[in-house]
Design a protein around this ligand. Structure first.
Ligand code: GDP
Length: 325
């Protein structure tokens, strides 16, 4: 298959070609890198038209149950839904997003859905480095709601929030749970907080909502037109999903009206370019022959205090001046 056929397939909405295109983008082979860039260039004019939603929460909070319920609801309304799962713990056995084959079974059977785990590490640009590109490909393939899921560990939240229009934090209806999320700095990222499993004990869920609202009111608002709402629902019983989606639509309308929606996307695109530049520079630096030759000795010298870290860094960086990057 030529790359032109692949592009045409993606643009025609073929899930098979979309999967192939994402595999190409994720590849670490140097000859694939150039093709992947061309592919992204070719589809870019058709990307960007979706709503990008990040979903985070600790393992067991009900992310996949929630995304499946939401996905089915959206499909009923005529949307096409892509789910990209970023899992920084995927290399460990157990508890990983990718390990559990039974996740989102109903949704995965639907032609209007596309579900794909993306490798979290090893990519240029760090955690979720390739997820952003996969997202653009999904958009080009006509998926108009992209859900990027991540577990509540590592720096993946920040990475996913940095590529989302709206970031949703799922919480358990446990007293004090909000303190955990606050401590980790995740609450600041949230545009909407959902307390899931409200069916188990509705009163406890309401209390958790009230505590979360209290906690949110202490934070500096991240948007001038939006205060993050907190709502309780039950993903497993499919209760509250429609209300949640109405909130998302309200978020989009409010943010579009204030200009913040587009401004955020522009900021994110530019930040992503810089992330890639910095990652590219670091990678070229580390693989530069002169740097590689001098690094072990200079590292020992820095450790033993015979050379100042600044002097060592200066010398190593100097090697880059003597040759083209
Ligand atoms: P994830 O690890 O965050 O993706 O969580 P899962 O979606 O796999 O859900 C973890 C467990 O919680 C599963 O046994 C679900 O059936 C259960 N669960 C998810 N949502 C709800 C809910 O709204 N109510 C109840 N009672 N259980 C739920």
């Amino acid at each position: 298959m030529t790359d032109a056929t692949l592009v045409a397939g993606v643009l025609a909405g073929s899930r098979r070609d979309l999967a192939k295109a994402i595999t190409l983008v994720e590849s670490t082979r140097p000859d694939h890198a150039e093709r992947a860039l061309q592919l992204l260039e070719a589809v870019l004019p058709c990307a960007g038209k979706s709503l990008r939603m990040g979903v985070s929460g600790v393992p067991g909070v009900g992310k996949s149950t929630f995304i499946e319920a939401l996905g089915m609801h959206l499909i009923e309304q005529g949307h096409r839904v892509a789910v990209l799962a970023v899992d920084p713990s995927s290399s460990r056995s157990g508890g990983s997003i990718l390990g559990d084959k039974t996740r989102m079974e109903r949704l995965s059977l639907r032609a209007e859905a596309f579900i794909r785990p993306t490798p979290a590490s090893g990519a240029l640009g760090g955690v979720a480095g390739k997820t952003r590109e996969a997202m653009l490909l999904c958009e080009a393939a006509g998926f108009d709601v992209i859900i990027v899921e991540t577990v509540g560990v590592g720096q993946s939240e920040t990475a996913v929030a940095g590529m989302s229009d709206v970031f949703v934090l799922l919480q358990l209806p446990n007293a004090g749970d909000e303190l955990q999320a606050i401590k980790k700095g995740i609450v600041e990222l949230a545009d909407i907080v959902v307390v899931n499993k409200a069916d188990i004990d509705p009163a406890a869920a309401e209390l958790a909502c009230a505590q979360m609202r209290g906690a949110l009111s202490l934070l500096r608002p991240g948007s001038k037109s939006w205060r993050p709402p907190v709502l309780a629902l039950s993903a497993a019983r499919n209760q509250g999903i429609d209300g949640f989606w109405r909130l998302i639509e309200k978020f989009r309308e409010t943010q579009q009206a204030s200009g913040e929606f587009e401004a955020k996307r522009r900021r994110q695109a530019l930040a992503w370019m810089w992330t890639l530049i910095e990652a590219g520079l670091a990678s070229r630096f580390k693989s530069h022959p002169a740097v590689r030759a001098a690094l072990p000795e200079l590292s020992v010298a820095v450790e033993s205090g015979t050379i100042a870290p600044a002097a060592a860094a200066n010398r190593l960086l100097g090697y880059l001046n003597h040759s083209s990057l």
